[in-house]
Design a protein around this ligand. Structure first.
Ligand code: GLN
Length: 194
């Protein structure tokens, strides 16, 4: 299976390594033609404003929007922001998911943190998964066809899914634990639609 990682800005190399460890053939996507033949695309963490502006400059915004209507896309952190329909700010977005996001919801870089939580939908469901937050967003509203997938113990939503679209506030690519990448690869292969 061929997967793409959007490679305009941010930690795309870490995603590439995780996917390759699982046996995927990985393409770094910088131009619309790089989307051809992909089963799924990951939009990495980084700075959502910068990635969005580069997507406009490289004429990728509309092609990725179309790709996401029929294919799997996973956005981590900045990537999740780009998937959202509403982030309360005027910045270029794919707007594919029926979610509202609050950027930098946990504070500044210095407020970055890790938390171990059970993630029952992963295979295997145990042990707990180490979730890494780096100026991450919170998913404040999930509506339409989207559904919440994972929350912090205080109820704040940190992952959502809409058909083959997946948004996570945290960074599985920064851990050695490949279960989230495995989940995404299986989602991409599934017949799951909205
Ligand atoms: N704070 C960044 C943003 O708002 C996201 C941070 C990240 O991807 N680690 O775009």
């Amino acid at each position: 299976m061929k997967f793409g990682v959007l490679a305009l800005q941010g930690d795309f190399r870490e995603h590439r390594i995780s996917l390759e460890k699982l046996g995927a053939d990985v393409t770094e996507v910088r131009l619309p033609a790089h989307l051809d033949g992909l089963s799924g695309l990951i939009i990495p963490g980084g700075e959502s404003t910068a990635i969005g502006k580069l997507m406009v400059a490289y004429k990728l915004l509309e092609p990725i929007r179309q790709f996401g209507k029929t294919h799997a896309i996973w956005g981590t952190c900045a990537g999740a922001i780009l998937l959202a329909k509403n982030v309360g700010k005027d910045q270029p977005l794919l707007g594919l998911m029926d979610i509202t996001i609050q950027r930098n919801a946990f504070g500044r870089q210095i407020d970055s943190f890790e938390i171990d939580l059970p993630v029952p939908f992963l295979t295997p469901p145990q042990p707990d998964y180490q979730l890494t937050f780096i100026r991450g967003p919170i998913i404040t509203e999930v509506h339409g066809n989207a559904r919440p997938l994972l929350s912090l113990p205080d109820g704040r939503i940190i992952a959502a899914q809409q058909g083959k679209l997946l948004a996570t506030s945290f960074h599985p690519e920064l851990t050695e634990d490949l279960r989230f990448h495995q989940y995404f690869m299986e989602l991409a292969q599934s017949g799951y639609a909205d």
